[in-house]
Design a binder for this molecule. Structure first.
Ligand code: SF4
Length: 401
């Protein structure tokens, strides 16, 4: 990647029903305002495009919410406008990912997404157990996952990623093993693993308080993680990031997620839509991180008309829920931690070439403490998470703050 390569994230906040564990910025509406949301998004794009002038989009990612609920014509128009404003780098094909939920998708939609330029589907499979899907209030059944992957292949999608949720209440390792067998039978190119966490103010947290569900068991979660890692490694997957696995057989292209790798390599991105986050570098080597407000109604109000003024980034901007100016020192430390999320770790010479700072000097005390605790491994070339450290990645990250 070059310094002008960046990504565009589009958040579509609407879902049919809220899953029991979900605390994302989603809205459950019987009538989705497809065209109003498109209009608002295009106005936001026009207002913020100059913040990323000269960048080339290597990736566009439609996340949510459930972006597969958006009318394909709206998605097509949004994607075309993004492509017109931010051309892809010459000779490099753009990764365009769409998150989609099984049970919601027809063959006609899949064909329309392909025509619009979507190249990769990220499917919220989560589990192949009917009981678990019902308990989590997911909208789909196991058979819908199989049908969606089959239809996606027929429509010509060569890159399919499946999300798998582990650590669900009362999930056993035998059930997880069964989930993995069914997942592998679908031959995905990529797998993203999520540990179930109980967030406050979710239905799941209420159910646990009332004794209707058991809380996830931390010991079982560690065993579940080990089982997933071993099973996917045996099936020819490369575990390349704490929660992500890409098929890596001889002859396979690089199937790692281009968009998510932008986050881990501290690449720039523009987030459009409700609650979307952005990251922009400034000429003095500092950077800005900012995020839109969470409410769909206020988003639609803010962007219902084209902006008559140039968009000025600041803490006072009312459409933002977050604005941070990051200094160089904090960016270096963050870059080190983000790079450690990838299991290849950090090579000292590459980090120095990119950031002009040697991690061994920048974070000497943190690195030696983490080595002493067995959470990272270091040698003369670089540093990486240990097998144990992968399980305690949040703790490792917190040590760099
Ligand atoms: S489909 Fe995804 S975003 Fe929507 S409620 Fe369920 S977990 Fe949340």
């Amino acid at each position: 990647m070059t310094s002008t390569d960046f990504g565009v994230y589009v958040h579509f906040p609407y879902c049919r029903q809220r899953c029991s564990y979900c605390d994302f910025a989603v809205a459950v509406h019987p009538q989705i305002p497809h065209e109003d949301y498109l209009r608002a998004l295009l106005h936001e794009l026009d207002a913020k495009a100059s913040l990323f002038a000269g960048r080339r989009a290597v990736s566009v990612y439609f996340g949510g919410g459930t972006p597969s609920l958006w009318q394909p014509e709206c998605l097509d128009i949004a994607l075309s406008r993004i492509a017109a404003v931010f051309p892809s780098p010459g000779g490099v094909s753009r990764e365009v990912t769409l998150e989609c939920d099984p049970g919601e998708v027809s063959s006609a939609q899949l064909a329309a997404w392909r025509r619009a330029g979507v190249t990769r589907l990220s499917i919220g499979a989560q589990s192949f157990s009917q009981d678990k899907l019902i308990a989590l209030r997911r909208q789909h059944q196991p058979q819908h996952i199989v049908e969606l992957v089959e239809q996606a292949r027929q429509a010509g999608f060569a890159r399919v990623s499946l999300d798998l949720l582990v650590g669900m209440p009362q999930q056993t390792l035998a059930e997880l093993s069964d989930d993995l067998d069914k997942l592998l039978a679908l031959h995905p190119e990529h797998v993203s693993l999520y540990q179930l966490t109980v967030e406050p103010h979710t239905l799941l947290s209420v159910q646990i308080r009332r004794g209707e569900q058991r809380p996830p068991c931390p010991e079982l979660q560690a065993d579940a993680y080990d089982l997933v890692r071993a099973t996917l490694a045996d099936a020819g997957f490369r575990h390349y990031e704490i929660s992500n696995f890409a098929r890596a057989r001889p002859g396979d292209p690089d199937l790692r997620a281009v968009h998510n790798r932008l986050y881990w390599t501290q690449g720039e991105y523009l987030g459009l839509g409700v609650s979307a986050h952005s990251f922009r570098r400034l000429p003095d080597a500092t950077a800005e991180r900012f995020a839109n407000q969470r409410g769909p109604s206020s988003y639609l109000r803010t962007w219902q008309k084209p902006s008559s003024q140039p968009f000025l980034l600041s803490e006072q901007e009312p459409s933002l829920s977050l604005y941070e100016l990051r200094d160089r020192e904090s960016l270096w430390k963050e870059a080190l931690w983000l790079a450690l999320r990838e299991l290849d770790g950090v090579r000292y010479d590459q980090f120095v070439a990119l950031h002009g700072r040697d991690p061994r000097v920048l974070c000497a005390d943190t690195l030696s403490s983490l080595v002493a605790r067995g959470l990272i491994e270091a040698d003369s070339d670089g540093v990486r998470l240990s097998t144990q450290g992968v399980l305690f990645a949040d703790e490792v990250g917190a040590a760099f703050l």
